[in-house]
Design a protein around this ligand. Structure first.
Ligand SMILES: Cc1ncc(COP(=O)(O)O)c(C=O)c1O
Length: 385
């Protein structure tokens, strides 16, 4: 049978590749973004209770209402806006499904979607599966700022979607309110929807506040905003996320969602709903929690040859190894796995066409002991050379 791949150039993600290499070489994995510490045991107990109480059959397609109500409460606490759980909030299989559904809902054959490099890797394949094409605009290094003039030149009459990720993985930068104003002005008279990937909304450092599209009066009516309990509750394996969007966009998103995953694991939804009801402050200390980890790792690495790049948010930290080597980031990351027994994530796979750079992404969602061991190994590698 002749079979033609729809995504011939898409291989295994860099996260999977590096995690597999870490296993092969017995390396400490501080590349892929997942915590190595346990979830709050009370969240685990909520799950046991939910199963015992019989929440084991299909959940409603749009999500368990108790959870959607808790999400509405969280949004109200964060952004002082009331959202209707009935028509504006949908529970999805992680943020990944919310991204996919949003893209399928608005991108059609021949359409264009703007994304910003270095870009999280889930966007482009979804756009292509919808028959569309990504226009990739680089964030301007070294500070990875938006260049809205450049975005303007990237728009065409086929542009249907702009995907903005803030706090941004992997650059660890955040969009300012002025960026959202510029975005709003740019698309004011165009048929363009915004997809805001805000999974790190609760992880901003040094007193910064998250500029959400939901809190932007002009963007909110034309935006999907995507969130993840994987990040907020340190439970990436639960795969529970959600999408917040005005009713007309939510209606379209749900048409995709209902034939994609239909609904999300019922006991997990009940467990999270109950946990948030009992511990509504469970997520409010996330910035301080991760800021301490960023400071710990950055402090240990400063001056070592793995120079920390200023990070405004997310649970990652970029380091620049330019003082140690000019080899490509993929080569250097593999060398670190073999020689330092540390797995990191190189930055170039986040680009369509990567500029020459010497940056690696480290995940700080790790126990302090893990971060200290990682730093020791990197320091030992740097001094051995
Ligand atoms: C920017 C960004 N968006 C989306 C996701 C996916 O989130 P989830 O694990 O909830 O699907 C991640 C996960 O790392 C991410 O970093």
């Amino acid at each position: 049978m002749r079979f033609e791949s729809k995504l011939p150039d898409v291989g295994t993600t860099i996260f999977t590749v590096m995690s597999r290499r870490a296993l092969e070489e017995g390396a400490l994995n501080i590349g892929q973004g997942f915590p190595d510490y346990p979830i709050d045991p009370r969240l685990g107990e909520s799950l046991v209770d939910a199963v015992a109480e019989g929440h084991n059959q299909y959940a409603p397609m749009e999500g368990v209402i108790a959870l959607r109500e808790q999400i509405a409460l969280k949004l109200k606490t964060s952004y002082a806006i009331e959202f209707d759980p009935g028509t504006e909030i949908t529970v999805t299989c992680g943020a990944t499904e919310a991204l996919y559904d949003s893209i399928q809902a608005v991108v059609g054959p021949g359409d264009e979607a703007v994304i910003f490099d270095p870009a999280y890797d889930a966007y482009e394949p979804a756009v292509r599966l919808a028959g569309g094409r990504c226009v990739r605009i680089p964030l301007t290094p070294p500070a990875f700022r938006f260049d809205w003039d450049r975005v303007r030149h990237g728009l065409s009459d086929r542009t249907r979607l702009i995907i903005v990720n803030s706090p941004q993985n992997p650059s660890c930068t955040v969009a300012e309110r002025a960026d959202l104003d510029a975005l709003a002005a740019l698309i004011r008279d165009r048929p363009i929807t915004v997809l805001a990937d805000e999974v790190y909304e609760n992880v901003l450092y040094d007193g910064r506040r998250h500029a959400s599209v939901l809190a932007h009066a002009e963007l909110r009516p034309r935006s999907f905003a995507v969130f993840s309990f994987g990040k907020t509750l340190h439970a990436t394996g639960w795969r529970v996320g959600y999408c917040v969007a005005p009713p007309e966009l939510t209606r379209e998103l749900r048409k995709v969602h209902q034939f994609n995953t239909f609904s999300i694991a019922a006991p997990l939804q009940h467990a999270i709903a109950r946990y948030l009801a009992q511990y509504p402050d469970s997520w409010t200390g996330l910035s301080a929690f991760f800021e301490a980890k960023r400071n710990l790792l950055a402090g240990l690495l400063r001056g070592s040859g793995f120079e920390p790049v200023p990070a405004a948010g997310t649970y990652f930290l970029l380091v620049d190894y330019g003082a140690l080597s000019q080899s490509s980031d993929i080569e250097f990351a593999d060398r670190l796995i073999r020689e330092a027994k540390i797995a990191t994530i190189p930055l170039s796979p986040f680009y369509a066409t990567a500029p020459k750079m010497t940056l690696l992404r480290l995940c700080i969602a790790k126990r302090d002991e893990t971060l200290k061991t990682a730093a020791q190994r990197l320091l030992a590698f740097a001094t051995r050379r």
